[in-house]
Design a protein around this ligand. Sequence first.
Ligand code: ATP
Length: 297
Amino acid sequence: MSEIIIKVDNFGKCYGDFKAVDGISFEVKSGEIFGIIGPNGAGKTTTLECLEGLRMIDSGTMEVLGLNPWKESRKIKNLIGVQLQSSSLPDTITVKESMELFSSYHKVKPRYDLLSRLGLGDKLKSQYHILSGGEKRRLAIALAVAHNPKVLILDEPTAALDVKARFELHRIIKELKDSGTTIILATHDMAEAEKMADRIAILLKGKIMVIGTPKEITAKGSALTKISVRTLGNSLEGIFSKAMDEYHIFYTDKPGYKVMEIINLIESKEDVLIDLRVERPSLEERFLEITSLGGGI
Ligand code: ATP
């Protein structure tokens, strides 16, 4: 059985009278990518900042690699990788110097290869303040992973990244996972969460609404499977379905049965099937269902 690397038990955090996180519990196993999704203000960043040892928790317990993040924050900082906020580096430091600074802090060799992979190879001499928003974010990611952390905590890492940088970051995340890094990924990008995360927690107003694999979460929804069919003739005219472009759209909770029924009908009318697509309900649809049931987003 995989080792538990992160253990959060009944964790709560208030800002004044406001309960930002209200007694949440979850565990993350070694080598897992654990996604946290939730609408704005759900408590994702607060949770991550407590895990990083940047904020003190108010109630419950939290352990990262067997350490208390707040009380043992010095030890934690060497073991985890965290994206910097954009204001954390001096304006005049260059991309190369920042990599050297971070590498010397962690006593590892500078990872110029990561800078190249993230499209900063020709920006080594550029000062931080002239970098674009997306470039600053790429640099933050390179610095977060340069020391091969045992735990990597990413808060919306692909926001503001262009398609190529996003693709490269996903590859880097997968490589880190394969080498045993445990990753927490908070994101607003449902497709990213569905593709990258082994398990996901949906957070809403400081509470966890559901935890599971993306498949488990989507399977529990009431959302129906969508079947889109295009035929040469008009065998599906008048059948209960919605027409969109040249497709007839069916929604069903029994996709296997429905597909057979549609094909039999097309054949019995000697029509020709051109295209048939079956789409399972997405995480996004399920997310909207859960978050609107829980009080709207
Ligand atoms: P987003 O998706 O918008 O980044 P989030 O899920 O990361 O949101 P948090 O940043 O954790 O949410 O904030 C949770 C709640 O706590 C929000 O309502 C926010 O306004 C509030 N909050 C966060 N930091 C503070 C603070 N320092 N003082 C007071 N309230 C705060």
